[in-house]
Design a protein around this ligand. Structure first.
Ligand code: ZN
Ligand code: ZN
Length: 238
C-alpha cells in the first residue's frame, strides 16, 4: 500500500513544532508525497496561532514544487456539544478540518461523555476527520464513534505518532482500524508531523493496516483522486 499524501502536520505556527510550510513541501517532494495538509492547532491550544493565521492561509500557494498544499486546522473539541475552537467564517475558507481532543482544551469525562462530544464534533458539517481518537486520556466507545463517522461521511484518523506520544494508545489504534473495516468507515493514515523529518512517516500505522487487513479503498490518502473527490464533496455538505 502506498500512501501518497499526509493530511496532518504542524508548522512553527503551532508553537511547539519546528518546520515551515516550505520545509514540509521540500520533505514531501523528497519522499514522493504528492499532497500535504497543513493543520496547525486551533486557537485555544496554548502557543497556537492567532485566528488571522488561518484567515490569511490563502496567501500560501496551492502547489509548492509540485506538491499540492491543502490549508487546514487541527481544531480542539471544547465541550460535550462537540463545539470546536474556530469560527465558521474561518472554517469555510479552509480545505480540511481535523477535530481532536487535547489537554487542556477539553476536560475528559466518562467514556459516555467523551463519546457524545466526539460524535457531536463529527456532526459538525465543517469537520472532516476525528484526529487521534485512540488517546487513552480521552477514551470513547469505539463502535459508536466509528459508526457515527460512517453515518456522517467523516474520516477516522490512524495517527502514526500516537504510539510515541499517547502512551498506551496502541491497542485502541488497532481497534479503530478493525472497526473501520467492520463498519466500512473511511480512515486516513497521518504522520501528525511536528518537524519536517516526520512527514510521510507511516511505519506504525502501515503495520496496523496490514495486520487488520484494512482494504485500500477505505484509506483516503492512497490516491490523490480520492482526496480531491472528498474535498469536492465536502463543499456540498449542509
Ligand atoms: Zn492532536
Ligand atoms: Zn496534530
Amino acid at each position: 500500500m502506498n500512501f501518497i499524501a499526509d493530511m496532518h502536520c504542524h508548522t512553527v505556527a503551532s508553537g511547539h513544532a519546528y518546520s515551515t510550510i516550505e520545509e514540509y513541501a521540500r520533505a514531501a517532494k523528497d519522499k514522493g508525497i504528492e499532497l500535504i495538509a497543513v493543520t496547525d492547532h486551533g486557537i485555544e491550544m496554548p502557543g497556537a496561532p492567532h485566528l488571522w493565521h488561518f484567515w490569511n492561509l490563502r496567501v500560501v500557494p496551492e502547489e509548492i514544487n509540485g506538491v499540492t498544499i491543502l490549508k487546514g486546522v487541527e481544531a480542539n473539541i471544547m465541550d460535550l456539544d462537540g463545539n470546536i475552537d474556530m469560527p465558521n467564517d474561518v472554517l469555510e475558507r479552509l480545505d480540511i478540518i481535523i477535530a481532536s481532543f487535547h489537554y487542556p482544551c477539553f476536560q475528559s469525562g466518562s467514556v459516555k461523555e467523551n463519546t457524545v462530544a466526539a460524535i457531536n464534533a463529527l456532526k459538525n458539517p465543517f469537520v472532516d476527520i476525528l484526529g487521534h481518537p485512540d488517546d487513552p486520556n480521552f477514551l470513547v466507545d469505539i463502535d459508536e464513534v466509528v459508526a457515527a463517522a460512517k453515518e456522517y461521511g467523516k474520516l477516522i484518523e490512524l495517527n502514526n505518532r500516537s504510539s510515541m506520544v499517547r502512551i498506551g494508545s496502541d491497542l485502541y489504534t488497532i481497534e479503530f482500524a478493525r472497526k473501520a473495516k467492520e463498519y466500512n468507515t473511511m480512515a486516513v493514515c497521518s504522520s501528525d508531523a511536528h518537524i519536517s523529518f516526520e512527514l510521510g512517516e507511516f511505519d506504525v500505522v502501515k503495520q496496523i493496516v496490514d495486520d487488520v487487513q484494512l482494504p485500500e479503498e477505505l484509506i483516503l490518502n492512497t490516491s490523490k483522486g480520492k482526496i480531491l473527490n472528498f474535498i469536492n464533496n465536502r463543499r456540498n455538505r449542509e
